[in-house]
Ligand binder design. Sequence first.
Ligand SMILES: NC(=O)c1ccc[n+]([C@@H]2O[C@H](COP(=O)([O-])OP(=O)(O)OC[C@H]3O[C@@H](n4cnc5c(N)ncnc54)[C@H](OP(=O)(O)O)[C@@H]3O)[C@@H](O)[C@H]2O)c1
Length: 337
Amino acid sequence: MNLDSTSFPALVVREQGDGTFTRSIEQRQINDLPAGDVVVQVEYSSLNYKDALSASGNRGVTKKYPHTPGIDAAGTVIWSSADSFLPGDQVVVSGYDLGMNTAGGFGRFIRVPSDWVMRRPSSLSALKSMQIGTAGFTAAQSVMALQAMGVEPDQGPVLVTGASGGVGSVAVALLKELGFTVVAATGKEAEQPLLRKLGAEDFLSREQAAIGSNRMLLRERWAGAVDTVGGPILATVIKSTKYDGTVTCCGNAASGDLPLNVYPFILRGVKLIGIDSARCPMSRRKEIWRKMADEWDMQFLDEISRTVGLLELDEVIDRMLLGMVRGRTVIDLGEGA
Ligand SMILES: NC(=O)c1ccc[n+]([C@@H]2O[C@H](COP(=O)([O-])OP(=O)(O)OC[C@H]3O[C@@H](n4cnc5c(N)ncnc54)[C@H](OP(=O)(O)O)[C@@H]3O)[C@@H](O)[C@H]2O)c1
């Protein structure tokens, strides 16, 4: 096979003359891809909020178009000039610059630096690894950050915001598995039965979750919280966190702003922990994947995930931007794509 001229389908986002962006499935060639010492044939990718932003022209994520998003990819190495990988290796690539300004997993092939590539744990299928994807990985990072800060199940309930989303739903299930009492803040009443099945014991609407966001402090309720939305909801969460509690912050689905004062920190010793998955060092990344592959029961992923082809992606991206997607969406890049 002449690798460079191998053509493959990919979702391509293009900027039009009037400043709008369009998405279509195009045939690309491997020699269109950026330089890198490993080429991976992608079996599955997954949809994350950052992909939806990239696919709609958000310059905070992607500066140059045309572009193929997809911050996650699982597949097989088909070419490598790096000592660390051989053709046939089963790998996961997620984070770093993949799908941001480097053509990503919404195409059947990616070419990337070997530093971004991780051997897939043998107990995880390619499909399962993308049911996890960046969202699941970020949920795991958030939950582990709460544990590292000393948040224990007997200290009180833990709140998860944006609970029906990718990060949120995995966080609910993992916290439950680790013995925590979980309260879910969700804008989707219809998803409460699923969230209850995953482990949520009580619910707040988005409006309830933001009540009192402009007050100095609020009644102490949460031993910890996993926030995925930012804005007034995060402000309320921090102001309602118990003495010495910890809140993790990974997302901006509601807002990138945080209207806050210093009192939760200086009067209650509340900790606010930032979570970044993209630049998580490889050694820590491997340890988090190992836990998800071998230590934690991740069977709930089948319940919260669905698989779509490239052709269905356009519509799911629009729904995600409206906050209407539940759980995880996997993209099948196989021969039928
Ligand atoms: N820091 C990192 O490394 C990292 C990694 C992954 C994700 N993230 C960020 O984490 C966030 C969640 O990612 P995701 O993949 O889980 O996205 P997602 O699947 O789209 O979930 C986001 C959820 O947020 C809630 N939401 C949406 N719009 C909202 C609004 N206007 N106000 C309040 N809540 C709203 C919705 O849940 P409900 O309907 O249940 O309320 C939605 O399902 C995103 O901001 C993403 O960029 C960051």
